[in-house]
Design a protein around this ligand. Structure first.
Ligand code: RTP
Ligand code: MG
Length: 149
């Protein structure tokens, strides 16, 4: 089953939206297989956002992600990478649809609340970067048969 890496960024934690975000993934039907609240080191933030290292916003982004705790999670389910991005909404909250996390709670791109892996391969890289194997639990929720054909 597919897995994705989801991170509630410092603004989401500070604004008391941890439960709101978890509830949306849970009610959708996805399965939580790993979760921790943690301070992020500069090294981890730089590795995580390595793809953006030459962008003008990189320095500010790393400062922001290391400024206050985040909630790192791994969610599992059919097409959870793409579907998770749909739940999250467009990168810039100006154009994220109402009903999405960024559309409902965000105003500006630099404070867009949440990160979600953008492809299956990215998800694998990010999960390995943020979690060790013993921190992830493989389990089948009791409602599984009512979620999938
Ligand atoms: P994320 O990686 O955080 O899930 O967001 P994303 O895929 O939707 O967007 P991405 O292009 O990967 O950008 C990563 C994060 O960098 C910040 N950003 N700031 N100031 C700016 O112009 C700017 N552009 C991007 C955002 O926090 C974005 O989520
Ligand atoms: Mg991204």
């Amino acid at each position: 089953m597919e897995r994705t890496f989801i991170m509630i960024k410092p603004d989401g934690v500070q604004r008391g939206l941890i439960g709101e975000v978890i509830a949306r993934f849970e009610r959708k039907g996805f399965t939580l297989v790993g979760m921790k609240l943690m301070a992020v080191s500069r090294e981890l933030a730089e590795k995580h956002y390595d793809v953006h290292k030459d962008k003008p916003f990189f320095g500010g982004l790393v400062e922001f992600i290391t400024s206050s705790p985040v909630v790192a999670m791994v969610w599992e389910g059919e097409n959870v990478v793409a579907s998770g991005r749909t739940l999250i909404g467009a990168t810039n909250p100006i154009s994220s649809a109402p009903g999405t996390i960024r559309g409902d709670f965000g105003i500006t791109i630099g404070r867009n609340l949440i990160h979600g892996s953008d492809a299956v391969e990215t998800a694998q890289r990010e999960i390995a970067l943020w979690f060790t194997e013993p921190e992830l639990a493989s389990w089948t929720p009791a409602n599984h048969g009512w979620l999938y054909e």
